[in-house]
Design a protein around this ligand. Structure first.
Ligand SMILES: Nc1ncnc2c1ncn2[C@@H]1O[C@H](COP(=O)(O)OP(=O)(O)OP(=O)(O)O)[C@@H](O)[C@H]1O
Ligand SMILES: [Mg+2]
Length: 272
């Protein structure tokens, strides 16, 4: 049987909802459990690369080089220095130009898919299959995000517990439908995580209820609390799991990772 690698696009076109924090911390938690994990930083801001402590200055090779065909994915990967079993495809500022450069490129929605599938088939042949690929998307529905939605089987959706949380979601869900209808019929929103929860506000618990009513069991039971340690960690080039492993944020991300991992058994009907 072919190795089964779960490929998840961590997406929400709304900015600052916790996409990067979620990608990074869930990936670290799974790698710390002994799984083999790749984080693809698809955001020119390079926040995931920063948090995972990998080089991503202008001279570093990254996802940009992969998309424009100047490098293979395997050539740009860097190991996360803090966590064994975790690889990172860094984003440099060059990626900001990709949008324009790829206009008119044939198959421009499939570039990341090809790169990831090529890499996965290499590591499978080498007997070192990956368990997870997380693609940290930028806050837009650009060609970069489209590449992620075509490359992934699952959409992992972080939602911030605040008033405007559900606004704009319909746009993302429509985009997912559009991708399903044409470019990637296997795509599915499989998991939702609520982030930056502040239990002291009524609003936060209302958002929580509303999201659970709407999405049911796709919503991970564990909610990520708003926590200072979570937002401090990246400035030390770390995830909260390595920066302060016993903080509430770290505990919750570890639980959420476990829940995401066990979702496989329930919903894993895809073939890729
Ligand atoms: N649980 C949390 N508690 C406190 N701060 C958090 C938490 N999660 C994320 N943050 C902070 O909120 C900000 C936005 O988070 P993050 O960068 O993960 O969102 P994003 O969706 O990736 O943003 P962008 O759309 O810009 O890529 C960051 O400063 C981050 O440190
Ligand atoms: Mg981000």
């Amino acid at each position: 049987m072919a190795a089964m690698t779960r490929i998840l696009a961590v997406a929400n076109q709304k900015g600052g909802v916790g996409k990067t924090t979620t990608s990074v911390n869930i990936a670290v938690a799974l790698a710390q459990q002994g799984l083999r994990v790749l984080v693809v930083d698809l955001d020119p801001q390079g926040n995931a690369s920063t948090a995972l402590g990998v080089e991503h200055n202008e001279d570093a090779q990254g996802v940009y080089e992969v998309l424009v065909g100047a490098a293979d994915l395997g050539e740009v990967l860097q190991p996360c220095p803090e966590v064994a079993g975790l690889l990172v495809a860094p984003a440099t500022i060059n990626l900001a130009g990709a949008e324009i450069e790829l206009v008119g490129h044939e198959n421009r929605e499939f570039l990341l898919d090809r790169a990831i599938q090529g890499y996965l088939s290499d590591v499978n042949q080498a007997g070192e299959p990956l368990d997870y690929v997380f693609i940290d998307c930028p806050p837009s529905l650009s060609i970069l995000t489209l590449n992620a939605l075509v490359a992934a089987r699952e959409v992992f959706l972080p939602i911030q517990c605040e008033y405007y949380a559900l606004e704009g979601l319909s746009q993302l869900l429509r985009t997912v439908e559009m991708v399903r209808a044409g470019l990637n019929p296997n795509l599915e929103v499989t998991a939702i995580v609520l982030t930056m929860y502040d239990g002291r506000t009524r609003l936060a618990s209302q958002v929580l209820e509303e999201v659970r009513a709407h999405f049911g069991p796709k919503v991970l039971p564990t909610v990520i609390p708003r926590s200072v340690r979570v937002c401090e960690a990246p400035s030390y080039g770390q995830s909260v799991l390595t920066y302060d492993p016993s903080s509430p944020g770290a505990l919750c991300y570890r639980e959420a990772a476990h829940q995401l991992h066990t979702l496989t058994a329930l919903s894993n009907s895809g073939t890729r």
